[in-house]
Structure formats: structure tokens, C-alpha cells
Design a protein around this ligand. Structure first.
Ligand code: SDX
Length: 431
């Protein structure tokens, strides 16, 4: 990091302090405010950390103005076109694209951990059949920490690596079983002859009574969806994983916390909300009313799948998924009227001053649900698919943080505006 400085005076009479300013390889400079409170008795104020760099990272870079997304420097469109999710997992975890030998070893490590402890199956029986699969995921993934006492020393690099491998390998099994449990169908064990996406599809849609033939078009589309959801800098769920990890919590508990955060409709839950919204709109003729509602400040309705905390231009992932939509639906011979509604809605919104002036564009969730629906994924599993893809991003940031020598437990402060000191009043004296 190259260093500069800036001077800051707090208030007219306050003393002027000199603070270090760092430049990274890409993106805005940062002012190091770690000594600000000690030197001035003043905090900074940034609810939601929207202008705050919470850490130094080498994993993913986003340029929100230009719509750029790089995984370890590689543009997302190139990875979506040429790579596979497992290769992207290696890249995000280890920082480089693997050689053939490295990839073979990595794939073998992941494949050998796709099964889960038989005792973990019992956890499903405690859930209602109609539980949302994300509720099951939060519970079962967190419960993994009850089965791996042999590798929970977060300061042991081998324990960190095998925990990361276990999470990447077991998420498809746990996710597919969450779906099977909701149907009352038997679980299928992973088949290690199959690839990552193929294995998941077979566990999702196969039954013991017959062979299951994976459609290669569907598998490729799903693998690409996993790549596009793999990581995204310090988003809410990744920041949750880092904050949980900073306390020394084990990786399974941290990832479970990340799953819980991703579930929110403002975050990963948006893909499910988009499809519900498109279904409620129903046809192109109802788009006008929907746009009017989303622009009404008194109406809490928002155009789901639109807008982004960082992208103030078209989300590059949405562009790739939009193109894949046409390709996959054509190859599958699916004609989904919701795609027509989505495209007409996008066209209308992108020409509305409300959206233009606020730089609101489609994000990764706007089109992903249409592809997932076309390949047969039920709507309530959409966010589970997002969590499945994002697992490698979560574990990569967790590993990067734990290895960071000056990692400290995260502990934000506050601007307190509550009651000042006052004495207790007996109830008889209260009015
Ligand atoms: C993800 O952080 C990440 O990287 C997340 C993610 C990842 O990969 O991890 O990219 C995944 O979470 C994508 C986002 C999915 N969520 C949605 O699609 C839900 C719908 N979108 C919004 O709720 C919203 O856009 C957010 C939550 C994504 C961002 O909200 P912000 O930060 O409040 O948006 P903003 O500051 O840019 O808003 C500016 C204005 C506001 O209006 P004014 O106060 O200026 O009048 O735009 C409005 C907002 O009310 N606005 C919208 C809108 N999104 C923002 N108005 C209507 N519809 C919308 N979708």
C-alpha cells in the first residue's frame, strides 16, 4: 500500500491531526482513522458503513460507476464464459487460477467431502415440512460445528483449509436435502462421478426409484449462476461472516450467520422477491402501475432486482444472466412470459427519470430467477442457490481475515442520543 497523509481539524478550536492515507492497486484511497479517537476524542459516523473500508482485501474488486467486477483480477464475464464454479472456488481461495495438477487435487479434495455425517440427517426431522429452505440451511450448516471437533482450531491452517473444503463440498448436499425434506421425498447421497452442479441437480431432482439424467444445458447454466454469485467484496452477508469470524467463532457458525443475512429481501432474498413481483405484475400492461408504485416515496414497494448499494451502472452479472436467459430458455424450449414482463419492465424503468436520476439499474437478482425457474428450481430455493454459490466467497474472506496478523474483534462505536444519567424512581413516585 502506498502512503500519503491528510490533515483533519475537528471543530474550529479542535487540534489538527495528520492521518495516513493509503492507496490500493484499484479503487478509492482510504484515510486510516484508527488514531482519530485517541488524538481528538471524536468518532467518525457512517451508518451502514457505506463510505467505510472495513478491511484490506485482495479477493474481489468492484467499480460501481463502471460496472466492473474482478475475482482476483479476472473479469467476471471471462470467468463466466471460460471457467467453472470449482475452478473459480480455487481462484478465490488461493488467489491464482490452478494448474491442471492443482485443479485435479482440489477437485478430489472437494469430491471426498460431499457426504455429511449420518447424524446430521436427523436435524431435518425437527423442521416442519413447510419450513423455508433458508431456515433449514441456517440450522443445519450451523450444526456442522457439532460434528467436526477435530478441525475447529481457526489458527491451524490445515483446519481452516479442510473446513473451507467441507463447506464448499457439503453445501450442495445440505441444500438439496432441504428441498427433498420439504417434499417428503428420500434424500439421495452425492454421486462423486458427477461434477459440482450435476451432483446438486441429481440430489435435487433424482429419486431412488430411477436413474436421473442430468441435462448438460441446465448444469452449465447452474454452474454459471454459481460463478456469478461466488463473491462480491464486503456485501452484508460477507461482512457478517467477517464480523462473526473476528470473535474467533468457528467457520461453520460464521457461514450460518452469513446465510441468515443473505436471506433478507434487500440482499440475497431479492431473487425470490423478483419472481413473486413479476408474477404479481402478470403482464406487460400492468407495468406502468408497478413503476408508479416503486417511485412513490409513501409506498414501501420497491422494484425488486433493481438498484444496488455499489453499482450505479448496470450490474455486470445481470448483463451476463440476461444474455444467458435467452440462450437457456431457447435451448430448453421454454417460453416464459415472465421474461417478456421482465424485459419490458427493465426497458420502461431505464427510461424513467426516477430511476435514471437515482442510477438504479438491474442487479444480479433481476434475471437470475427466470433462469432458475426455467431449469426447474422452485422459487423458495432461489436464495439457497445464491448461498450455495456465495459459500466460497464467504470462506475465502474468512480465511483472508483469520490470516491477517492485525485482525482485531470488530466492535463499531455509536453516536449516543439517548437519556443522560438519571436516578431510579420508585414506582409510587412515577406519573
Ligand atoms: C444483492 O452488496 C452487494 O454486493 C449485494 C449483492 C451481492 O452480490 O452480495 O450484490 C446482492 O443484494 C443485490 C441487491 C438485491 N436487492 C434488491 O434488488 C432489492 C431492491 N433494491 C433495493 O432495496 C435497493 O436498491 C438496495 C437495498 C439494493 C440498495 O438500497 P439503497 O442503498 O438505499 O439504494 P440507494 O441509496 O441507491 O437509493 C437511492 C434512492 C432512494 O430513493 P430517495 O431516498 O433518493 O428518494 O433510490 C431508491 C431509494 O429509495 N431506490 C429504489 C430502489 N432501490 C433504491 N426505488 C425503487 N426501487 C428500488 N429497487
Amino acid at each position: 500500500m502506498s502512503e500519503d497523509t491528510c490533515n483533519l481539524r475537528v471543530g474550529d478550536s479542535g487540534k489538527e491531526v495528520k492521518l495516513p492515507v493509503y492507496s490500493g492497486t484499484l479503487g478509492p484511497k482510504v484515510v486510516d482513522i484508527r488514531k482519530l479517537y485517541g488524538q481528538t476524542g471524536t468518532f467518525t459516523f457512517d451508518p451502514g458503513f457505506l463510505a467505510t473500508a472495513s478491511c484490506e482485501s485482495k479477493i474481489t474488486f468492484i467499480d460501481g460507476e463502471k460496472g466492473v467486477l474482478l475475482y482476483r483480477g479476472y473479469p467476471i464475464d471471462q470467468l463466466a464464459q471460460h471457467s467453472s464454479h470449482l475452478e473459480v472456488c480455487y481462484l478465490l481461495m488461493y488467489g491464482e487460477l490452478p494448474t491442471a495438477g492443482q485443479f485435479a487435487e482440489f477437485r478430489s479434495n472437494i469430491t471426498r467431502h460431499t457426504m455429511v455425517h449420518e447424524g446430521l440427517k436427523n436435524f431435518y426431522n425437527g423442521f416442519r415440512r413447510d419450513a423455508h429452505p433458508m431456515a433449514t440451511m441456517v440450522g443445519v450448516v450451523g450444526a456442522l460445528s457439532a460434528f467436526y471437533h477435530d478441525s475447529l482450531d481457526i489458527h491451524n491452517p490445515e483446519h481452516r483449509e479442510i473446513s473451507a473444503h467441507r463447506l464448499i463440498a457439503k453445501m450442495p448436499t445440505i441444500a438439496a436435502w432441504s428441498y427433498k425434506y420439504s417434499l417428503g421425498q428420500p434424500f439421495l447421497y452425492p454421486d462423486n462421478k458427477l461434477g459440482y452442479a450435476e451432483n446438486f441437480l441429481r440430489m435435487m431432482f433424482g429419486v431412488p426409484a430411477e436413474d436421473y439424467e442430468v441435462n448438460p444445458v441446465v448444469a452449465r447454466a447452474l454452474d454459471r449462476i454459481f460463478i456469478l454469485h461466488a463473491d462480491h467484496e464486503q456485501n452484508a452477508s460477507t461482512s457478517t461472516v467477517r464480523l462473526a469470524g473476528s470473535s474467533g467463532a468457528n467457520p461453520f457458525a460464521c457461514i450460518s450467520a452469513g446465510i441468515g443475512t443473505l436471506w433478507g429481501p434487500a440482499h440475497g432474498g431479492a431473487n425470490e422477491a423478483v419472481l413473486k413481483m413479476l408474477g404479481e405484475i402478470g403482464s406487460v400492461k400492468n407495468i406502468e402501475a408497478c413503476i408508479r408504485r416503486s417511485e412513490d416515496p409513501k409506498d414501501p414497494f420497491r422494484l425488486m432486482g433493481f438498484g444496488h448499494r455499489v453499482y450505479k451502472s448496470y450490474d455486470p452479472r445481470a448483463k451476463i444472466i440476461r444474455e444467458s436467459c435467452h440462450e437457456v430458455l431457447a435451448e430448453l424450449g421454454v417460453n416464459d412470459p415472465l421474461l417478456d414482463v421482465a424485459m419490458a419492465l427493465e426497458e420502461k424503468a431505464l427510461n424513467e427519470d426516477y430511476f435514471i436520476s437515482r442510477q438504479l439499474y438491474p442487479n444480479v437478482d433481476f434475471y437470475s430467477g427466470i433462469i432458475l425457474k426455467a431449469i426447474g428450481i422452485p422459487t423458495n430455493m432461489f436464495t439457497v442457490i445464491f448461498a450455495l454459490g456465495r459459500t466460497v466467497g464467504w470462506v475465502s474472506h474468512w480465511m483472508e481475515m483469520i490470516k491477517e496478523p492485525d485482525t482485531v474483534i470488530g466492535r463499531p462505536r455509536q453516536l449516543y442520543t439517548g437519556a443522560t444519567n438519571r436516578d431510579y424512581k420508585p414506582i409510587a413516585k412515577r406519573r
